[in-house]
Design a protein around this ligand. Structure first.
Ligand code: ADP
Ligand code: MG
Length: 406
């Protein structure tokens, strides 16, 4: 049984016409003798009536509890609506579409509402349907506890559902359909010359996703890697081959590198809505400990961490601004927060051991008068913190400097 998971994002199922395009793709797969399992996200984005954010806003208009059973039940509605619409579209074309909630699809999770972990998948119900020529349309982003309480899988959860099903059913591929032609050398919304990357390894795309390339969720990449299932990222609207993700890690010999000739970077990723926190504290163990403990206690995760003798610098996501200001004030820390920043990251597994990459980055950004507020690096990434207003210029400058448009 050649099973193919086909996941369609919110914009891919937003209108009747789009749902018909999607149904045709699925039916075409079925007609090739394969067994598609469809996964759908909630219809639309942000302000659209059934989008996840709209439902959340609705809940927040009155009393609600974060990460609760009730909030998950509400948030799961978007995908339920979407799966019904999709299953019915398939039926209207003469095929046996059937909508399934996460629970009906056998996806069992723990009870960590809002960010549940999948514990197991009971594959029997879907296998039974496939054997009887059904095309299952599974709600993305949700599962259920053993008891049957609906849970959600956290942001990017529909990608996670697709990868989980891919692993459980030993799928030939997990295909993620979206509104761009594949994984690109930068976000095409920012860089007009961004190019589709035809093939990429799990580790490299994982890094891109972690550093902000939201075309696929990092958790889904991790699961696909664990199950050794190839992932394809494709456009709903075209028949382009898209990007193939598999075990394709290429580390070249650093001693043979000529940085000027070779394409050393794979992509430039970016992440908005970051704030840089500067805490002016003498190097005293007790104060450091209070700071760190308070951050942990308040679930504020920090990044780009630099400790100096007289100050501690790190970044946070701006959604945690209110929390951090409260923590720092209550503990009498002297601090400054630089708001509206973004982190630009050059990702490239070929840069391992190659000298001069940082120099090129600094040169490219300085020549565009872009101020670098902070940097950090690993063997395969270099990140620079810049002001939000410089994001697009910075991403473009690096994309050009490293010839990613070629
Ligand atoms: P979906 O609703 O289909 O899950 P997402 O909005 O989650 O779609 O992801 C697709 C978006 O990811 C694109 O519209 C694009 O703007 C953005 N994106 C960011 N970085 C990249 C990249 N490197 N390659 C492709 N798309 C990217
Ligand atoms: Mg997505």
């Amino acid at each position: 049984m050649d099973i193919i998971i086909q996941k369609f994002g919110g914009t891919s199922v937003a209108t009747k016409e789009l749902r018909e395009t999607v149904a045709k793709k699925v039916i075409e797969t079925k007609n090739r003798g394969k067994y598609p399992i469809v996964v759908v996200s909630a219809i639309g984005r942000n302000k659209d009536p059934y989008a996840t954010d709209t439902l959340l806003e609705f809940a927040r208009n009155t009393y609600y509890e974060e990460e609760s059973r009730e909030l998950d039940l509400l948030m799961a509605c978007g995908e339920i609506i979407s799966s019904v619409m999709m299953a019915n579209t398939i039926k209207s074309m003469g095929y046996k579409g059937i909508a399934l909630t996460g629970y009906q699809a056998g996806i069992i999770t723990d009870n960590h509402y809002g960010d549940a972990q999948v514990l197991k998948v009971d594959t029997n119900p879907i296998y039974e349907l496939l054997k009887n020529d059904y095309i299952p349309v599974v709600t993305g982003f949700q599962g259920a506890t053993e008891k049957g309480d609906i849970t959600t899988l956290g942001r990017g959860g529909s990608d996670t559902t697709a990868a989980i099903l891919g692993e459980a059913f030993h799928a030939k591929f997990v295909e993620i359909y979206t509104d761009v032609d594949g994984v690109m050398t930068a976000d095409p919304r920012l860089v007009a010359e961004a190019k589709v990357i035809e093939e990429i390894g799990y580790d490299e795309i994982y890094q891109m996703a972690e550093y902000g390339a939201k075309v696929v969720h990092p958790k889904a990449v991790m699961i696909a890697k664990r199950g050794n299932i190839p992932l394809k990222i494709k456009s709903t609207l075209s028949n382009e081959p898209g990007t193939m993700i598999f075990h394709n890690e290429t580390y070249t010999n650093p001693y043979n590198k000529n940085i000027l000739e070779d394409k050393i970077l794979t992509a430039i990723a970016h992440k908005n809505n970051i704030a840089q926190v500067n805490v002016y504290v003498e190097d005293c163990m007790e104060k450091n400990e209070i700071l760190m403990n308070e951050l942990t206690r308040n679930h504020i995760s920090i990044d780009l961490i630099n400790f100096f003798i007289d100050k501690k610098v790190f970044t946070i996501e701006e959604k945690n601004l209110v929390k951090i200001e409260k923590v720092l004030r209550e503990n009498h820390f002297d601090f400054h927060i630089e708001k509206n920043c973004s982190k630009i990251t050059a990702v490239g597994h070929k840069m391992r051991g190659v000298p001069g990459v940082m120099a090129k980055i600094v040169k490219a950004l300085s020549s565009h008068h872009i101020k670098i507020l902070q940097t950090s690096d690993s063997h395969t990434t270099i990140s620079c913190l810049v002001k939000d207003i410089d994001t697009q210029r910075a991403v473009n400058a690096l994309h050009k400097e490293f010839h990613l448009f070629k």
